[in-house]
Design a protein around this ligand. Sequence first.
Ligand code: MEV
Length: 423
Amino acid sequence: MSRTSEISGFYKLSPKERAQLVREFAGLTDEEVNLLQSTGSLKLELADRMIENVVGTIPIPLGIGVNFLINGRDYLIPMAIDEPSVVAAASYAAKMARPKGGFFTSSTEPIMIGQIQAVDIDDPHGAKMAILAAKNEIIEKANEQDPMLISVGGGARDLDVKVIDADSGPMVITELHVDCRDVMGANTVNTMAEAVTPLIERITHGRVYLRIISNLATKRLARAWTIVAKEAVGGEAVVDGIIQAYNFAAADPYRAATHNKGALNGIIAVTIATCNDHRAVEAGAHAYAARTGKYSPLTVWEKNKKGDLVGSIELPMAVGIIGGATKVHPIAKIALKILGVQTANELAEVMAAVGLAQNLAALRALADEGLQRGHMSLHARNLAIMAGAQEELVDVIVERMVKERKVRFDRAKELIEEYKKEQ
Ligand code: MEV
């Protein structure tokens, strides 16, 4: 077979047949193909129904964040992530927060925004008025699309219209506000936006192009806050260091991006564990961070009168506990059971608390001992395994590298060779 990626009918093949083609293309060994298809908890047949062109599955570690006290309730947090230290750091921060009651949360109603873009309109402001006047009819039409959502108390609630000045001319953007209850809502909102299109075209005499959900879910916000006793965080100097770290992020987008990445380490780990749409959560988080025109931190750290640390976070959180892959993927179902959340809002709030904890852990480590020391042995462990160490040799190599302060792949290899010679 020639080495081309143009394979017509690839989608019609079975995962095994597809894997054979990939094997020829990439020169995979039998062992590699077997590994690719050794699916464990997510069966190949199910994976094949979830996305297209499936050839295998990729397991990533699932850890449990412990010590989380949120609104007076204990939670175990399933976190799917391939980066060392994240789960340990979240658990450590949650422990620091416990003496003053852990985390407290709130959220808005689970309202997503669906956008309908209308163009070629001579009188865009007049068209805006006409759409607003027909609001009830448009909302009624939207609500015919999902009787199930209506029966559980959700549905299109309201709409806004804005005229924007695009390079190509004015556009009239109708924004449907849809209460999605316990679903993430992309399918529901997109279906509603499509259904009202003929109405919008009739009212505006314009032409509708896009009808799609917005991931900048400013009407579906989750919030969490915490008070961390100064003793729990390591004393007044560490509190001040964390506040300095926050102020750095507040003043500089280059730091704010990394600051927010730290919070997202935790949030996205829960998003993946529950098979929610982590791209949607991440897009929403970054767009929200930039909503004032200046990219800023999603968390705020300050100090109260007693000198204790007060932290808070607010961000869009478009997650569901029914629909999508959350109720299809067997591990996501178990993750939701471990969390024990009853609503999508509760999940969103827990995730906000995890994000705040993750950010706290990172800032504390950075402001106090420096991140590398804490990371060193976990990093060394990964390197030792990558270099071929097994069983008790892993610990031996890790100890040597950390002691020598030479945590590097080449050093791990050398030490393994030395060890083999000694045997
Ligand atoms: C690493 O994954 C995340 C951090 O860089 C976050 C931060 O710097 O705040 C530690």
